[in-house]
Design a protein around this ligand. Structure first.
Ligand SMILES: *Cc1c(COP(=O)(O)O)cnc(C)c1O
Length: 368
């Protein structure tokens, strides 16, 4: 599903001299490379402010803190996402309110958002799942109509676009993750907060260093959530390849679509106004587990993101949801399967994966 070693070997000549400079100059945390990376990502995403932090999860947490989300507040989000999105809301004492997904894109369904808004709602938090933007334009309108913040979890979508605009364009705050397997990943944890608001940027900068404002003067109760120079060196080198690597992912997706054309209803749906960066290429199939086993038997890795929606997870049972509350998310959890799509794959590997899937699909038909 990822081949980070061979990706690294392609850029080691760019990375290693810079890493040695960092090791020798002794400035290891929040130095020049972090500042440069922040500027480069702000430029890429066309936002005025980008702030490097410890992880994608912390980026979400600091974003919510900077927007002053508090106990008693409600944040509308999707049950079909990585756990961080919801975890951070609970950590701040606020309440996640789930809304079901669009069954085609797996992203938060804007049509169901409005009826979930209450006087306590403070923010809407969509996720750009699998590398395709959420319905940010529609959600922005809803947020504006109700005076809510819009926070975009773009952990899976660096480089994606929505109506030609880069991720983050419609959000008050957007967040990135540099977890190693993300489209741009470090050799460790990292994340970033993107925002259009100067005050939010100032606050996140302070929160990441314990709420400090000036030397050992604390205006907020903060965190230890800094990005380090070694990660920043690696991320800057990878960022220079983002366009090329995204093109490869998109090319692999095109190959799959060609080979698997007869399975059209099972292929990912991309809205015409979205530029998908294929963090994952995710099929859906009613016999998902059997298909996965079939691929495994041929030495092909696949993954299920995510096998159980968050409203049914033991840790979040206290929120009071039940099976049947979000039928589209529940069905997706049973049917989705992500297959290898990353930039290091060769066409022969894509062909093998596609042929194995066809073999399974055709045998299913003959069984019936
Ligand atoms: C990866 C991911 C995160 C968390 O990022 P970390 O850097 O691992 O903390 C949050 N949300 C989504 C949707 C993710 O995919």
């Amino acid at each position: 599903m990822a081949d980070l070693g061979s990706q690294y070997r392609k850029i080691r000549h760019e990375v290693e001299p810079e890493l040695l400079k960092v090791l020798e100059n002794g400035r290891y945390i929040l130095g020049e490379n972090v500042e440069q990376l922040e500027a480069e990502i702000a430029h890429l995403c066309q936002v005025p402010y980008a702030i490097g932090v410890n992880s994608g999860t912390d980026a979400l947490k600091l974003a919510l803190r900077a927007l002053n989300i508090q106990p008693g507040d409600e944040v509308i989000t999707t049950p079909f996402t990585f756990v961080s999105t919801v975890e951070v809301v609970v950590h701040l004492g606020a309440t996640p309110v789930f809304v079901d997904i669009d069954p085609e894109t797996y992203n938060l369904d804007p049509e169901q958002v409005e009826s979930a808004i209450t006087p306590r709602t403070r923010a809407i938090m969509p996720v750009d799942l699998y590398g395709q933007s959420a319905e940010m334009r529609a959600l922005r309108e809803i947020a504006d109509r109700h005076g809510l913040y819009l926070i975009e979890d773009a952990a899976q979508a660096i480089g994606a676009r929505h109506y030609e605009a880069p991720i983050g364009a419609y959000a008050d705050v957007a967040t990135l993750s540099f977890f190693p397997t993300k489209n741009i990943g470090g050799a460790g944890d990292g994340g970033m907060v993107l925002t259009h608001h100067e005050e939010v940027a100032r606050k996140v900068r302070s929160l990441r260093v314990h709420g400090m404002n000036g030397g050992y003067y604390y205006e907020d109760i903060g965190y230890t959530s800094r990005l380090d120079e070694i990660q920043a060196v690696i991320l800057r080198a990878k960022l220079r390849h983002l366009e090329e690597w995204t093109q490869r992912r998109r090319y692999h997706a095109t190959l799959y679509r060609t080979f698997l054309a007869e399975l059209e209803p099972h292929l990912p749906v991309v809205r015409p106004y979205n530029y998908h960066v294929y963090h994952q290429f995710t099929l859906r199939h009613p016999q998902r587990d059997a298909l996965r086993e079939h691929l495994r038997a041929r030495g092909i890795e696949s993954a299920v993101y995510y096998p159980l929606p968050l409203h049914l997870q033991p840790a979040y049972r206290f929120l009071g949801y039940q099976e049947g509350d979000f039928p589209r998310a529940e069905r997706a959890a049973q049917e989705v399967l992500s297959i290898p799509v990353h930039s290091e794959l060769g066409e022969d590997q894509i062909t093998l994966v596609a042929e194995s899937i066809l073999e399974f699909a055709r045998s299913e038909v003959s069984v019936r």
